[in-house]
Write a protein that binds this ligand. Sequence first.
Ligand code: EPU
Length: 360
Amino acid sequence: MDCLSIDTLDLRVQETEVVDILKEASLRAHTTLAVNASARLMVNVTANNDLRALHRQEWFAREPVLVLGGGSNLVFASDFPGLVLRMQTTGFEYLRADADFHYLRAEAGLPWHVWVMWTIRAGFTGLENLALIPGTVGAAPVQNIGAYGVELADVFYELEAFDLQRGEFTRFDRDALGFGYRDSVFKHELQDRMVITSVTFRLPRRPNWRIDYAGLRERLAGQLLSAKAIAAAVCEVRNQKLPDPTRLANVGSFFKNPVIESALAHRLKTQFPQMPGFPQTDSRQKIPAAWLIEQTGWKGYRQGDAGVSGGHALVLVNHGQASGRQIVALAQDIITSVAAKFDIVLEIEPRIIDSAAMPN
Ligand code: EPU
């Protein structure tokens, strides 16, 4: 797809009365890591009222539920023994403006990049640095997606979610969501309890361009700054560094960048003077996991069809028929060898689904 084009995607709001329940549904085509896995039950949610209808079913409370957006941050190490809700609502609307911001709402199933490009086409700014991130609008708050100096929390106003326990819609503002680095309450206490159905964005009326990331400023030199120009530069940087999941299956960064104590950073810098590190506000240092992985010799590694991207060491890839378990086993080997060399324990970023580890 042309990075700046949204013409190929259907943006209609769809409404259905009937909820089709698919049995033993393959998930391979619905996750960007493209591993073979299936859901015992799956529903394509095309209207938010489908959630109410499902909640009314007598069997519903017994099923483990997993919400699927673009499937770009999930690794299926096993089949899923319950109900997968595949969010496909794609409506959006302009709500209002105040002195400083425009407020816009988008439904959960809208592909993230389509939404970014629609806002840019319509003359809004604020999402340009987040162009080309795989996934959907509804998944964006879960891990507080971020890239090139901007994260979702910077442009987030509120969201609406369906509470699977109470069977009702509820709203959350920014303060309720515990946003952190690739983190929110949806990865902790609210995991699997809420289905995010829409997100309201707060986009600045006066542009606040963020082009400090190495590589962006150079690409934009001599150009009149605009959201479109920045998004195009971001697309170029991403395409150069990160494998396109539609060509080489992956879930983006497989590990978080670790934040380490200053004493350990100091010791490692003496031993490895080339080690990059970014000071945090609390004197700790954020170290690029990609550097640690490359230094332990994993970049470009391949065993069977599970591998590490040759372009970016933070991305694990499925060359074809790797299973989720093989990818996770590779991640564990990487964690072990990085810990042995640097005394840093990497944390896996995407969610691993493994029925063996689920409560009965
Ligand atoms: N590096 C290596 N080897 C590599 C790649 C990178 O040594 O193969 C080192 C370099 O020193 C480089 C540094 O790692 O300067 C940082 O690399 P990069 O700028 O590509 O960013 P990152 O820290 O690896 C994070 C996000 C990305 C996001 C980029 C840009 C995380 C876990 N990842 O990666 O997000 O696109 O910054 O902002 O924070 C994602 O979450 O899936 C994702 C791709």
